[in-house]
Design a protein around this ligand. Structure first.
Ligand code: CP3
Length: 342
């Protein structure tokens, strides 16, 4: 591999780097006018995800425009339910929606373990085209949702403030939940391995709804499945981002992944103590900070870099960029990281 900039891969492995690498969750998307221009020429979000040439184009945009140290393949975590037989729609201004939910053991009969080459060929093709387009400038990050977060969408059938249907299932039908989680896990392992084969240099697992479970439920219904995925992925560095799961950091620190993502509710020094010194940490600026004036963005970013220290850190936000963020503010964040001397 002859990457011109492999800072992020070296940081993930805990190696010394000249400076802290930086990328942003949701860097490919609505904040960029260049993204909105591509998006305006397709029917909807899903068509963009399923057209490899266009997905590759919007994947590369933030590398050119924002100067980040990695690209993340433009797709969605919900391609896994679709590949298993449970298709989704992305409603304008409303978010994801599933016509058929998975709520009973009978519903499992409608599902199969995803076959990435057959069911997710469009993502694999987008990765191959992106790798050519990047021409080894920066690494490409592949991703998937963590099994609990995917189960939450499949049972609930849409986004939700409480995900009470999903959480109810854990109490009323734990055996069914475990069966579904195992099917999602098997599908995700095959999918992530296929992404690596197609060219992904690094992987991230998004457990976006980690923080709505109790510590005991998280230890029962999420961590064991994330562990299976970590143990299966030995090819490239893997990041686990469990949003809101401050209570699980000690357990996550025992996983075999390289990097743990922190959100902005998590104290950096305390998280480091819980996770231990072997892992690289990623994060964790509040995405709302990017609405502040440029000098505040710079000051707070430097404070964050200082708190994480000069190694074992990948700079990022504590969650995805909000769509109305000004790209100029994002550039201030990126430039501050790149110019910072520890
Ligand atoms: O730049 C990147 O980060 C890569 C692309 C990416 C998208 N979704 C594109 C997208 C990634 C990594 C995701 C992951 C994803 N998708 C997550 C995990 C990360 C997180 O935010 O916690 C989740 C929970 C989803 C599910 C999802 N997709 C929701 C809830 C929504 C609607 C909310 C919204 O922001 O509108 C989406 C839509 C979506 N996924 C958009 C993009 C760019 C916006 C739709 C559009 O552009 O039309």
């Amino acid at each position: 591999m002859n990457l011109q900039n492999d800072l992020i891969l070296r940081a993930a492995r805990g190696e010394k780097t000249e400076r802290t690498p930086v990328w942003l969750m949701r860097q490919a998307g609505r904040i960029l006018p260049e993204y909105r221009a591509v998006r305006a020429n397709v029917r909807d979000f899903i068509e963009l995800v399923e057209t490899p040439e266009l997905a590759a184009e919007v994947t590369i945009q933030p590398v050119d425009i924002l100067g980040v140290d990695a690209a993340i393949i433009f797709s969605d975590i919900l391609v896994i339910p679709q590949a298993m037989g449970c298709p989704y729609k992305m409603l304008e201004n409303k978010g994801p929606w599933f016509e058929n939910t998975i709520r009973t053991p009978d519903d499992l009969q409608k599902l199969h373990i995803a076959d990435p080459e057959k069911d997710l060929g469009f993502v694999l093709e987008a990765i191959k085209i992106t790798k050519k387009g990047l021409n080894n400038r920066v690494p490409l990050i592949g991703f998937a949702g963590a099994p609990w977060t995917i189960l939450a969408y499949m049972t609930e059938g849409s986004g939700s403030k409480t995900f009470s249907v999903a959480r109810k299932v854990l109490y009323t039908q734990p055996e069914f939940a475990h069966q579904l989680l195992q099917m999602i896990t098997d599908s995700t392992i095959a999918y992530l391995k296929a992404q690596v084969k197609a060219g992904a240099d690094m992987l991230q697992l998004f457990d976006s709804w980690a923080g709505i479970l109790s510590p005991a439920q998280y230890a029962t219904f999420s961590t064991p499945y994330i562990k299976q995925i970590c143990d299966a992925i030995t090819e490239v560095p893997l990041t686990v981002f469990a949003k809101g799961a401050f209570f699980a950091l000690e357990d996550l620190g025992k996983l075999s992944c390289n990097t743990i993502g922190l959100d902005w509710n998590m104290d950096i020094a305390h998280s480091r103590k819980l996770i231990g010194n072997n892992k690289t940490l990623q994060g964790n600026l509040d995405p709302c900070l990017l609405y502040a004036d440029h000098s505040t963005i710079k000051k707070e970013t430097e404070k964050m870099l200082q708190a994480f220290g000069s190694s074992h850190h990948i700079a990022n936000l504590g969650h995805g960029l909000y769509p109305d963020t000004n790209p100029e503010s994002v550039k201030v964040f990126v430039q501050t990281v790149k110019q910072f001397n520890h």
